[in-house]
Design a binder for this molecule. Structure first.
Ligand SMILES: C[S@@+](CC[C@H](N)C(=O)[O-])C[C@H]1O[C@@H](n2cnc3c(N)ncnc32)[C@H](O)[C@@H]1O
Length: 282
């Protein structure tokens, strides 16, 4: 019995996509093999159209032989949507519930995993300055997209986005005016260098790299949604290894630890805001 033509075409496409992801991994060491298939497929279809390729196999052939295609392919495969104080109630919970614990440490390390173009990092830096913690904090802002990391390091955003950032900051319980932290010129808001004085921006993949520091807080928001269950477990395993006892893990509004292999290692600290605390086990 033969499968209907449209089913077999879809199956062929799935095979081609797996081979394309394998090729990208083997040649360039970017590992998208554990990403949720539906969204990878959607994104790669857009890339295939952009590169004007008849099939994913043709795209694979071109990518293997032309490294200059990689940056824009990465642009398709990674989603760079972000905003400052995104989901303000998350930042309010960090301020009101997590900060009192963090105050008890003489020095702090905070990991922003999947920091994209930096909006999340600057939100934390502003919040920490308002709470008097910035000077004692080292931030690690990591991502796999080099263009996003460069923009994160610059901290310059379109001025027309700043209205939303300002409102988010206010709703997060901001104690100052957001305009204290940037200068506006030529349609752009340039955030104060002193906010990133103790920030390290680096290339780090949750799919292939290891833990690099002990931290008291990890914020990894809107990244795990793109991963399949195994890769989510790998990433959460890294966070668990990195966190000191009683350290905090913050996830995105649509993410949870509930089904993770590491769920037992954490308690729900602020359930609605998806903030977890690592258990105090010896
Ligand atoms: C939607 S953005 C989230 C930005 C920010 N955390 C926020 O919530 O506004 C997802 C980010 O995850 C990054 N990313 C994707 N795969 C990754 C991986 N394996 N390791 C680290 N970062 C990854 C993407 O490059 C992108 O910058």
């Amino acid at each position: 019995m033969t499968a209907p033509a449209h089913l077999s075409a879809a199956k062929t496409e799935d095979i081609e996509i797996r081979l394309l992801l394998e090729a990208i991994f083997q040649k360039y060491h970017y590992d998208f093999r554990g990403y949720a298939m539906a969204s990878v497929k959607r994104r790669l279809s857009q890339a295939r159209e952009f590169f004007n390729c008849r099939s994913f196999s043709v795209l694979q052939d071109q990518v293997l032989h032309d490294a200059s295609m990689l940056p824009s392919l990465l642009g398709y495969l990674t989603v760079q949507v972000s905003e400052m104080f995104r989901d303000p109630l998350y930042f309010r919970a960090i301020r009101e519930k997590v900060v009192p614990h963090l105050r008890t440490y003489p020095s702090l390390k905070v990991w922003i995993a999947g920091c994209s173009t930096g909006e999340e990092l600057y939100s934390f830096a502003i919040l920490f300055r308002e709470e008097g913690l910035l000077e004692r904090t080292m931030f690690y802002a990591t991502d796999i997209n080099p263009d996003a990391l460069k923009r994160a390091e610059m901290g310059v955003y379109d001025l027309d986005r700043v209205k939303l950032f300002t409102e988010n900051h206010r709703l997060s319980g901001g104690k100052s005016s957001l305009s204290d932290y940037y200068t506006a010129a030529y349609g752009a808001a340039s955030f104060d260098k002193s906010l990133r004085k103790n920030a390290v921006f680096s290339d780090h993949s949750l799919a292939t790299d290891a833990v690099f520091a002990e931290t008291q807080l990890v914020s990894c928001r809107n990244v795990l949604i793109y991963f399949n269950k195994d890769l989510q477990d790998r990433a959460i395993g890294l966070f668990s290894q990195s966190l000191a006892r009683k350290g905090f893990l913050g996830l995105g509004a649509k993410e949870t630890l509930r089904f993770s292999a590491h769920a037992d290692g954490f308690t729900e600290f602020a359930r609605d805001e998806r903030i977890y605390q690592k258990r105090d086990r010896s």
